[in-house]
Structures are given as C-alpha cells and as structure tokens.
Design a protein around this ligand. Structure first.
Ligand SMILES: N[C@@H](CCC(=O)N[C@@H](CS)C(=O)NCC(=O)O)C(=O)O
Length: 214
C-alpha cells in the first residue's frame, strides 16, 4: 500500500489520510510530493487522477480524496468507525461537516505546524467556525467519551478529520476550555500526531503563500 502526500507542514488533507492509516495499523509506503513547486502537478498527476493529494494506491486500487480514503480504510479495518450505528452516523456527520465546511478557518488559519502565529487570523467569521468546532467536540465528548479520550471514545475517522484543526489551534494559540480543551491536548499528544509534527518541523521547503503572517 502506498500513500501519496504533500508537505507535512502544510498539507492538512494529507494528514487526515495518513493519521487514519497509521491509527488503523496499516503498513504503507509514504510518497512525498512537495506542493506548489515546478513539477509538483505532474508528479501528483502521475499518481492521483484528481491532481490532488492525498491519494492511496492499494496494490493498484487507486483511491483519492481524504474522505474516500478514510472510508476505504475503515472498510478494511472497521475499528476506524464506531461500532454503534447511531455513533457511526454522528461520526460521519461531523467528519463530513469538517470536510465541506469551516472555509473561514481554513483560509485565515491554514495549517502551518512549525509556526507560532499566536493571536493571528481571527475575524467574526473565523471565531464562529471555532465556536462550532468547540461545540462539536464538547457534544461528542459528553455523549460518547466515557470509553476513551477521543470524540467517540476510541480513535475514529472523526478524530482524523479534526487533527489538522488541533495543529491550527496550537499554531494560532486557540485554547478551548473544558472538555474541548482536554480533547485538543489528547490529539496533540497522540504519538502519531507528534511523529507528523516532528517530520513537519524537519522539512526544509516552504510555501511562502501559505506563511500568511510572516
Ligand atoms: N477534498 C480533497 C482536497 C485535497 C487537496 O486540496 N489537496 C491539496 C493539498 S492539501 C493539493 O493537492 N494541492 C495541490 C494542488 O492543488 O495543486 C481531499 O479531501 O483530499
């Protein structure tokens, strides 16, 4: 199995698929493509028909888009989604909401693991996105958190979906109170998240357009 990903410092979609694969216990080869440099597009297209990363190649089965990759991995390892149908439906709902929403947060607080952008990026719209995410985290933890520290107890695709938000909150010093704050600390302390962050900090290439605040 091969997973094609972008820069670990910046590529939030890559992180989602990579974390789901690691937490699912899959063995896979990582193929790294530096984004937005000459040749990037051709290199991505040689693996991924959408021209985007992440893309999974499972012995010739090509799956692209982080949501589809997560679902594919969860079919192979069902533990990546909650066993209970109600919890599973909610996990898919919050994962889909993250996948298609929060544009203001995404554009003004892009993932940038190695930077400290404390206080940058806020606007009423961004703060509304943050409030909605914190509400999701508090709600899931209150309803499903008894059996473990993640949104639905055990690690699931929903946690992979919100993993880049955890790095954003760290970079921009967004500090939710209560259960959401504890959940943020859990995600940031996850050994695979730490492995990703270490690799992101070790990268030498940068994308100036993504370093929004210097
Ligand atoms: N909806 C897609 C988004 C993928 C995406 O936008 N990937 C970015 C990197 S994070 C990319 O490949 N950009 C390269 C390009 O647009 O040329 C997913 O969930 O995988």
């Amino acid at each position: 199995m091969k997973l094609i990903i972008g820069n670990k410092n910046y590529s939030s979609w890559s992180l989602r698929a990579w974390l789901a694969a690691r937490e699912g216990g899959f063995t896979f080869e990582e193929i790294h493509i530096s984004l937005f440099i000459p040749g990037s597009r051709e290199r991505i297209l040689s693996h991924s028909p959408s021209g985007k990363v992440p893309c999974l190649n499972d012995h010739g089965v090509v799956v692209w888009d982080s949501l589809a990759i997560g679902e594919y991995l969860a079919e192979k390892r069902p533990g990546l989604l909650p066993a209970d149908p109600v919890a599973r439906a909610l996990a898919r709902s919050v994962t889909a909401e993250m996948h298609s929403g929060f544009q203001n947060l995404r554009s003004r607080m892009p993932m940038n693991v190695r930077k400290d952008y404390t206080g940058f990026g806020h606007s009423p719209e961004v703060d509304a996105d943050i409030a909605r995410i914190v509400a999701i985290w508090n709600d899931c933890r209150a309803r499903f958190g008894a059996v473990g520290p993640y949104l639905f107890g055990r690690f699931s695709l929903a946690d992979a979906a919100f993993a880049p938000v955890a790095f954003r909150f760290q970079t921009y010093a967004v500090k939710p109170a209560g259960a959401a704050g504890e959940y943020l600390a859990t995600l940031l302390a996850n050994p695979h998240m730490q492995e990703w962050a270490t690799a992101a900090r070790a990268e030498t290439e940068s994308i100036p357009e993504e370093d929004l605040y210097g």
